[in-house]
Ligand binder design. Sequence first.
Ligand SMILES: *[C@@H]1O[C@H](CO)[C@@H](O)[C@H](O)[C@H]1NC(C)=O
Ligand SMILES: [Zn+2]
Ligand SMILES: [Zn+2]
Length: 581
Amino acid sequence: MPACPRLLSLLPLLRTPPSAAAAFFSTAPPSRGCPLHAALARRGAPVSASLALYSRIRAASPPPPTPFTFSFLLSALASSSPPPSLAAARVAHAQAFRCGALAHPVVTNSLLKLYLSLGVPGHAHARGVFDSAGSALDVVSWNTMVSGYGKGGDLGAAREVFDRMPERSLVSWSAMVDACVRCGEFGEALWVFDRMMREERFRPDAVVLVSVLKACAHLGAVERGRWVHRYLEEEGFGGTIGNVMLETALVDMYCKCGCMEEAWRVFDGVRGGDVVLWNAMIGGLAMNGYGERALGLFRRMLQKGFLPNESTFIVVLCACTHTGRVDEGKEIFDSMQKHGVKPQREHYGCLADLLGRAGCVEEAEALLLDMPMEPHASQWGALMSSCQMHNDINVGERVGKRLIELEPDDGGRYVVLFNLYAINGRWEDAKAIRQMMEERGAKKETGLSFIEWNGLVHEFVSGDVRHPQTRKIYALLEDIERRLKLIGYVKDTSQVIMDMDDEEDKGITISFHSERLALAFGILNIPQDMPIRIVKNLRVCRDCHVHSKLVSKLYQREIIVRDRHRFHVFRDGVCSCNDYW
Ligand SMILES: *[C@@H]1O[C@H](CO)[C@@H](O)[C@H](O)[C@H]1NC(C)=O
Ligand SMILES: [Zn+2]
Ligand SMILES: [Zn+2]
């Protein structure tokens, strides 16, 4: 039976108050067709009342709904935006149950999808349906659970369901890889993908490869990314739809790994393309310190008639920031409306960052205070970096205090203000901040560095001793330090201050920051003619920055570090960021 056509038009009613829905039905009783919508429209009424209404209508107006009606209804609810209330979903569930429609996997799967789309409270209901459905489950049901949990950020639950699956299709593996990526477990995503290739010998499709490329991009695992690229070149990119998605993922991966030539080559080879692809390339250029080229590409994009979207302006403003082009940035910001994009909080934040870094910290502060929406901590945090960079204690003190107020549990917020005070000799204030931090037990995020070698991603934390090569790594670091001393490297004498400045654990000496361990591992294992690529989750600290520059000269190595904010390419004693990060 075709789905009841009136149902769709009734969906909006599910979001109106029950009284309004009831009023509608009293003027237009649904005497024919699918009787469900009446009961549904009484959203908010107890399920028993809905059922009573439902049976009344059902007795009065044949024909009764079929399982397909429910499948349609539930899918429509799952994809409606904004999502329906949990109560509406439960009414639909009750009706489907009452009609025995849940004996059909198709209906059960739609119901699972609906519940899973409703966040954590929905998850529990989905679980209940899933656990009691028995023979009404098929492989799609299991996949739906894995992918729903992944989208909801519950990797543990996704894993648990995946592990118990009686049989797994390519979609199952793909859902699991995607769940890992969405939950930020990129190493695990690659591991799951490897297992799939080993155990099942499925031919990977565009969907799973896009997830794999995302994981590579985050980990800076360019070797694995290149493998995907080669695989695609040998096997073909698939249909035209898969094409742009994959090509964009490749461009993004190469950019995030700092391989700009390869990114360009893929980008240049794309026929067609869309705004997402252009955003990836422009953003990649900006992030790698090629601000001018990013702006040039943006102009080319406009000439070619592509319509920039809200993300385009973020990356373009970021390009202006890296090149210090205040006037051009302001102009671009003002032109947004003309392109049909309303400036959001993030755009104001980018403009404030541009102003702040260029030294106009007061103007930046004024902009944040005057913008139409409330700035987030990240926007204030960017301004705080500018205050540090220009050592502006007046604005910095205000902003620093505001940040501590906004995020009292984030130790990093105390540290920057502590430093600003200390550098300006305001010891009493500095001490007070440190005390406040200790009293509140605020913690700093742990520093993590990743380096890929031989198909494996090696992870280091500060002072890490878990790696099998630990002994060799520490020996090399000591050796490096000795050799650096000979060429005049002195550790920053403001070390007492820096003790709290480094974004890593206070107790661990600066010499064993995670990126130094990763760097030593790279020198030990990666051949001389290959660059050493490191990904770090926090900002590189000053001392490590100096250290990397010197090591690049001493060992004649190219060192590429991607930190939280940008890329640093260290070659022959200098860094591509010109010490501006
Ligand atoms: C704009 O582009 C980004 C990718 O760069 C994409 O994620 C986003 O969905 C796009 N926005 C719109 C409204 O299409
Ligand atoms: Zn460091
Ligand atoms: Zn640098």
